[in-house]
Write a protein that binds this ligand. Structure first.
Ligand SMILES: Nc1ncnc2c1ncn2[C@@H]1O[C@H](COP(=O)(O)OP(=O)(O)OP(=O)(O)O)[C@@H](O)[C@H]1O
Ligand SMILES: [Mg+2]
Length: 324
């Protein structure tokens, strides 16, 4: 496992002695374009995720957040062309075989997918799905113990009537409850890394806040590294609550600004981040959506590489700076 670096621009960390939980380096993802050639949707991203630290990935719809998150856990779409390296405890995830990935997923890497329907089996009761995960990864000695633990987990994600929900099929519970069940499954093995892809966007505001608190509590207790994807600046500020938590702003497949949360949210240096923070969400902006940034800023794709502007804070240079 590599160590963090002193440069935010490299995607690493301030403290160069702390081993990174996951180290993504120069990751690019492309899909075949219907017009021929390749369409690059994630472009040369480096990002280190550290124990006990939340990294928020903030970006508008289509900026590449989900593709990046799935790729760095070794779950890129089969049609994707993937470049770069991702290291997790000595395992290179982009070239790891399915068996190695299966061992890590659920056990040491927990995923809360953007769409909980994609991770829950519609044909099986919730209880069976949770107990199977626990038994598969050796987190319960037998089915009875797994059921007790499954009940606790549902209580932990604030499901009021866990015994009933354990007997339900996914379609028998609400979307918000399905999302919380997906979170319960993601955390059931107390993984070292959780990737939560917009875990609160389908939920009521108050439940969204509960989900944030739950993940925050987990990283306190288990020193979990968390990559938290969101559209919502308020939620970003809420989850990135510790001084060493970070925010990465994504635009057009690139990270254009990366720094500690207070640097990015209170002293943004990139034109796009500034526009994003300054733009008041209009009455027409759905809750949780990013406010509209002028097209001349958001459509620009010629930003240079990240450069450090202060310790821990890096910004993609403007085209003028690149040519200067
Ligand atoms: N399987 C695929 N084949 C081709 N293009 C894809 C595929 N999956 C994603 N893309 C493209 O990659 C880009 C990034 O998609 P992605 O789902 O990562 O966006 P996102 O930032 O997660 O957006 P949202 O906030 O809406 O979830 C989009 O232009 C999308 O159309
Ligand atoms: Mg997404």
């Amino acid at each position: 496992m590599s160590l963090g670096t002193t440069s935010a621009a490299s995607g690493g960390q301030l403290d160069d002695q702390t081993p990174l939980t996951l180290d993504a380096s120069n990751v690019s993802v492309s899909f075949r374009s219907p017009r021929g050639g390749w369409n690059t949707v994630v472009d040369s991203i480096g990002l280190g995720l550290e124990r006990s630290q939340v990294t928020v990935l903030l970006g508008e719809s289509g900026s590449g957040k989900t593709v990046f998150a799935r790729t760095i856990t070794g779950m890129a779409h089969p049609a994707a062309k993937v470049e770069g390296t991702v290291e997790f405890d000595g395992v290179e995830l982009l070239s790891a075989d399915r068996r190695a990935l299966r061992r890590l997923h659920g056990d040491r890497i927990g995923m809360v997918p953007q769409d909980p329907n994609s991770s829950l089996d519609p044909m099986r009761r919730i209880g069976g799905q949770i107990t199977e995960t626990l038994l598969q990864h050796g987190k319960a000695p037998n089915r009875a113990a797994a059921l007790v633990r499954a009940t606790e987990l549902l209580e932990l994600v604030h499901i009021a009537d866990p015994e009933r929900v354990l007997h339900n099929y996914p379609h028998e519970i609400s979307g918000g409850m399905r999302q919380r069940v997906a979170i319960a499954i993601a955390i059931c093995c107390e993984p070292e890394l959780i990737i939560a892809d917009e875990p609160s966007s389908a939920l009521d505001a108050s439940v969204g806040v509960q989900v944030v608190r739950l993940l925050d509590d987990l990283r306190e207790r288990m020193e979990t590294a968390i990559l938290f994807i969101t559209h919502d600046i308020g939620i970003a500020a809420l989850i990135a609550s510790k001084p060493h938590d970070r925010v990465a702003v994504m635009l057009g497949g690139r990270i254009v600004e990366l720094g500690f949360a207070h640097q990015v949210l209170h002293n943004a240096q990139h034109e796009y981040t500034r526009a994003l923070l300054a733009a008041e969400p209009s009455a027409n902006t759905p809750r949780g959506e990013l406010a509209v940034v002028p097209d001349e800023v958001r459509m620009r794709r010629d930003w240079g590489p990240l450069r450090d502007v202060e310790p821990g804070h890096a910004v993609a240079s403007t085209p003028q700076e690149v040519t200067a």
